[in-house]
Design a protein around this ligand. Structure first.
Ligand SMILES: [Fe+2]
Ligand SMILES: [Fe+2]
Length: 162
């Protein structure tokens, strides 16, 4: 039986979910990326000869951020509007690719965790180094929650399962 009250509730919940993903995760990542890149470059340059220096971090971070930006753009252009209108169509076809991108983001984060020795600071770490690893730890947590909400809550509403 068609229940319009339930449909309306679902629409409100979907709208709230999209708005939460957009403001709490997409906007937050975008706000924090430039500082992370700046700090990574500074630490790699200033402490170039320190054995604890996260060599290759700036490059790894730049690549990951570029991929994440393209991915978030695709979600905003294709997935969010489809979820709002309930017209899944093309959006459903895009979801397997978006799920694999999530796996790639997780792999990139693992690589960054390896470069930074699990975000473990050396005893002599300067303020920038501390801010950098703190920021990367936050990015890892945010991204984990962000991906969970999309894979397990948003995408299934468009009629696809993992
Ligand atoms: Fe997203
Ligand atoms: Fe995503």
């Amino acid at each position: 039986m068609h229940d319009s009250a339930t449909d309306a509730l679902t629409d409100v919940q979907t709208e709230a979910l999209i708005s939460h993903i957009r403001t709490r995760y997409h906007d937050t990542h975008r706000r924090e990326f430039p500082d992370l890149i700046r700090l990574a470059r500074k630490v790699e340059t200033t402490h170039a000869t320190d054995p604890n220096t996260p060599h290759g971090l700036t490059h790894a971070l730049e690549v990951m951020i570029a991929e994440l930006e393209a991915h978030m753009h695709e979600e905003e252009e294709i997935i969010f509007p489809a979820a709002r209108t309930g017209a899944a169509g093309l959006a459903t076809a895009a979801i397997p690719g978006l799920r694999s991108a999530h796996d790639a983001h997780e792999a990139a984060l693992n690589q960054i965790a390896a470069i930074t020795h699990g975000f473990r600071l050396p005893l002599n770490a300067c303020r920038s180094w501390r801010r950098l690893y703190h920021g990367l730890g936050k990015l890892a947590e945010d991204l984990d929650e962000h991906i969970y909400l999309e894979n397990e809550v948003l995408f299934p509403r468009l009629g696809t399962q993992a």
